[in-house]
Design a protein. Structure first.
Length: 143
């Protein structure tokens, strides 16, 4: 017999496990764009890539699957070819696209960070850095 604990007096009951999980899932929208993509659609793409690589590893061998994915070995040179061709396309198009997207996102964020400052702030900082250092204060003991 399941018995739910009574709520503490003077306040709302604590959120249930399901509510906490739903709140965490909704919090993914607060992530940066690439992080959000990686948790939503990227997880599906990377899972499909991993399953396809594992399937080829079992069917054609792990070394051949690696070489087909990198384009070292032609998919026409292994059996079964149907699976090797899919792996070859994945290694040729999908993986570089994911890596390129990640690099593009990082570069874009760096450019945005540098453009976020006002020109007057940058110029004043450059003037401050270009100014000669001030001399240290003279000691008052006469020696």
């Amino acid at each position: 017999m399941s018995h739910e604990p009574s709520p503490p007096p003077g306040g709302p009951p604590p959120p249930r496990r399901r509510q906490r999980l739903r709140a965490r899932w909704a919090d993914r929208h607060a992530l940066p764009q690439f992080g959000f993509w990686l948790l939503s659609r990227g997880a599906v793409v990377l899972t499909v890539c991993g399953v396809l690589y594992a399937l080829n590893g079992f069917l054609i061998g792990w070394a051949d699957a690696y070489e087909v994915m990198l384009g070292i070995t032609s998919p026409a040179g292994v059996r079964p070819q149907w699976c090797a061709w899919l792996l070859s396309l994945m290694g040729w198009a999908v993986i570089p696209a994911i890596v390129g997207a990640a690099a593009g996102y990082v570069i874009t964020e760096q450019i945005k960070a540098h453009h976020a400052r006002e020109l007057s702030d940058v110029l004043s900082e450059l003037r401050r850095l270009a100014a000669p250092p001030s001399s240290p204060p003279a000691s008052g003991d006469g020696s």
